[in-house]
Design a protein around this ligand. Structure first.
Ligand code: CDP
Length: 223
């Protein structure tokens, strides 16, 4: 059977990764979190003291960057030059940095190359901002998840508290999300947008179980 691909796009906190994990698990295919790649580029830039909006320096930084993805069971791990940075990329500073480096065409071209390679070799559920519009325009199923800014901020805040992060306020999380929404939607190269043939789902008033049930129906039809 040829490889299948499922694209799940949308803004931060819309529920992409939770749904992508459920769908990939139930279908027995891999889940690729493309945001982790932009986060890893941001981590490298920040470590090297490079401004995450400096196009020239970022273009040269990604030219031969060594980013590898592997799977620990179903869990995606991401490696920067052999170092497992999966945990280190989940900070508010890296979220903003990722959104900044993601505006740079040279960075995107490099990351998309890696993403398409993985999709060419495996059946995959991929989540991000431009998967259905740019990375995998021929994906077998495209989903675009949204939710109100308030709801997305509340979900992210709860997630942070559960992770034990203390020095953070709901207002900070909301500001971070608003900054990234604006940056991600307004960039000229492969912005966050819904593909014409994507199924759009507003998850504001839905539970994860309800969203999963709807998406799994569509995914089930691919089998
Ligand atoms: O998990 P969350 O939605 O907070 O963010 P993420 O998916 O880890 O992505 C971090 C940042 O990377 C986003 O704000 C986007 O700017 C960028 N990104 C992108 O431009 N294209 C993608 N396919 C995935 C992420």
């Amino acid at each position: 059977m040829p490889n299948i691909s499922i694209a799940i796009d949308g803004p931060a906190g819309a529920g992409k990764s939770t749904i992508a994990k459920l769908v990939s698990k139930s279908m027995g295919i891999i889940y690729l979190d493309t945001g982790a790649m932009y986060r890893t580029v941001a981590l490298k830039a920040i470590r090297e003291g490079i401004d995450t909006l400096d196009r020239e320096k970022l273009s040269s930084l990604v030219r031969d960057i060594d980013i590898k993805i592997s799977y620990d069971g179903e869990e995606q791990r991401i490696f920067l030059e052999g170092e497992d940075v999966s945990g280190k990329i989940r900070t508010p500073q890296i979220s903003i940095g990722a959104s900044n480096v993601a505006t740079i065409p040279e960075v995107r071209i490099k990351m998309v190359e890696l993403q398409r390679e993985i999709a060419a070799q495996n059946s995959v559920v991929m989540d991000g901002r431009d998967i259905g519009t740019y990375v995998l325009p021929n994906a077998n199923l495209k989903i675009f998840l949204t939710a109100s800014t308030e709801e997305r901020a509340a979900r992210r805040y709860k997630e942070q508290l559960e992770k034990g992060v203390k020095d953070i306020s709901l207002e900070d999380v909301k500001k971070d999300i608003e900054y990234r929404d604006k940056n991600d939607s307004s960039r000229s190269f492969a912005p966050l947008s819904k593909a014409d043939d994507a199924i759009e789902l507003d998850t504001t008033n839905l539970t994860i179980e309800q969203v999963a049930e709807i998406i799994m129906k569509y995914a089930g039809e691919l089998k």
